[in-house]
Write a protein that binds this ligand. Structure first.
Ligand SMILES: C=CC1=C(C)c2cc3[nH]c(cc4nc(cc5[nH]c(cc1n2)c(C)c5CCC(=O)O)C(CCC(=O)O)=C4C)c(C)c3C=C
Ligand SMILES: [Fe+2]
Ligand SMILES: [Fe+2]
Length: 362
């Protein structure tokens, strides 16, 4: 394996810090061809589909990549915007805002975003950061809850680049932020604001993306982290156990996934006489196919068909200022000790302690 050609660092050259935001990725266009390219890369990842290659390859290439792209492309077409795929648009915006928020705090860093599957690729963006002089990089996968099938695949990709790098940058990784108070508070404030404008439903459904149940049995913390997020959010909103339900959506394949599944749950709620529900997807910080099509269209229809009257989908945090502030806080905490031109949090508290020791009042 050849080493990558690296920018040559000169003595005395300013060394910079880079933040690399990563999200899952999305097709380049809502067409069968583009969706096939995207799914071929995504579903070939052994962390995403943990079936031996000898068995999985004929299924993927012989069946799934022949049938699914057409169907998925029609779904993508229903949520596509003039700015392209919602996931790509929101991720770009988040990177732009994060740069601004950190800049306002006097933190001088490069902020870039990449997609694990599709474009802009982690490899290309990583190389750009290196060319900008970044010798310290904070990798921030945008998934609040850690899963082997999401967070770990972003780390794998960076690890593959490091394997080929002569002069490796320092690397820090945000593993997860499922219980970060800023993220929980932003979600709670976002929901409260929604309630103020449109009222409250009988039930709040917190729907997370599913994963195969066997990943939980093999030690993946994702399920527990989703439940912790839900519990903290419910506490912050003052919801009793009867007022909300945690579900898992987007099942893929025949194996059992985390339960309860979102769609059968809302159908059963309607059948029990629950007339109005609101759905929030706290595991997605950007709206995407799984929220805008699966929840806001498909699951809504299933609820109404089963006798429900009012269904509302509460959008993701997207460019919500409280969320972007929380994102900036999470990054800032992980940058501590790396000189970014801003007073360090640790340095500030040392100064404060010293001042207190000298008798200054708090
Ligand atoms: C939020 C976390 C996510 C987890 C965990 C996750 C696991 C996971 N997903 C699949 C299969 C598919 N997911 C698809 C879309 C998709 N998934 C996530 C997030 C998580 N996935 C997002 C943000 C998106 C939307 C992308 C977009 O372009 O808007 C798709 C593609 C769409 C389709 O054809 O249905 C598939 C397939 C598996 C197998 C898995 C865990 C093992
Ligand atoms: Fe997914
Ligand atoms: Fe889906």
């Amino acid at each position: 394996m050849a080493l990558l050609t690296e920018p040559s660092f000169q003595h005395g050259q300013p060394s910079r810090v880079g933040i690399l935001l990563v999200n899952l990725g999305t097709p380049a266009a809502p067409t069968a061809a583009a969706v096939r390219r995207y799914l071929a890369q995504f579903l070939a990842d052994p962390r995403v589909v943990e079936i031996p290659r000898l068995i999985w390859w004929p299924i993927l290439h012989g069946i799934i990549l022949r049938v699914r792209p057409q169907k998925s492309a029609a779904k993508y077409a229903s949520i596509w915007t003039p700015d392209g795929s919602p996931l790509r648009y929101h991720t770009e915006q988040q990177a732009r805002y994060l740069r601004g928020y950190l800049g306002e705090r006097g933190i001088q860093v490069e902020v870039a975003h990449a997609m694990r599957y599709g474009d802009p690729s982690i490899a290309d963006v990583w190389q750009q950061l290196r060319q900008q002089g970044c010798d310290r990089i904070l990798l921030m996968p945008l998934y609040p809850q850690y899963a082997g099938s999401t967070t770990a695949t972003a780390v794998d990709e960076v690890a593959r680049l490091l394997l080929r790098t002569r002069n490796q940058p320092a690397l820090r990784i945000v593993k997860h932020y499922h219980d970060d108070p800023g993220y929980i508070d932003a979600l709670a404030a976002h929901i409260r604001q929604y309630w103020q404008q449109r009222g409250r439903a009988e039930k709040l459904v917190m729907s997370f993306h599913g994963v195969p149940k066997r990943t939980l049995l093999r030690g993946d913390p994702y399920h527990c982290e989703c439940h912790k997020t839900a519990r903290l959010l419910a506490e912050r909103l003052g919801l009793s156990k009867a007022e909300y339900v945690v579900t898992f959506q987007s099942r893929f394949g025949k194996a059992e996934w985390l339960q309860p599944y979102t769609e059968p749950t809302v159908i059963s709620l309607a059948q029990q006489g629950v007339k109005n529900i609101q759905v929030i997807c706290p595991g997605f910080v950007s709206d995407c196919l799984e929220t805008l099509e699966e929840i806001a269209l498909e699951v809504k229809q299933a609820f109404l068909d089963a006798g429900g009257k009012d269904f509302a989908y509460i959008p993701c945090l997207n460019d919500n200022p409280a969320w972007l502030n929380a994102l900036a806080d999470i990054c800032q905490r992980h940058l501590q000790g790396w000189d970014t031109g801003a007073p360090d949090m640790a340095a500030l508290s040392t100064q404060r302690t010293a001042a207190l020791e000298l008798g200054a009042s708090d």
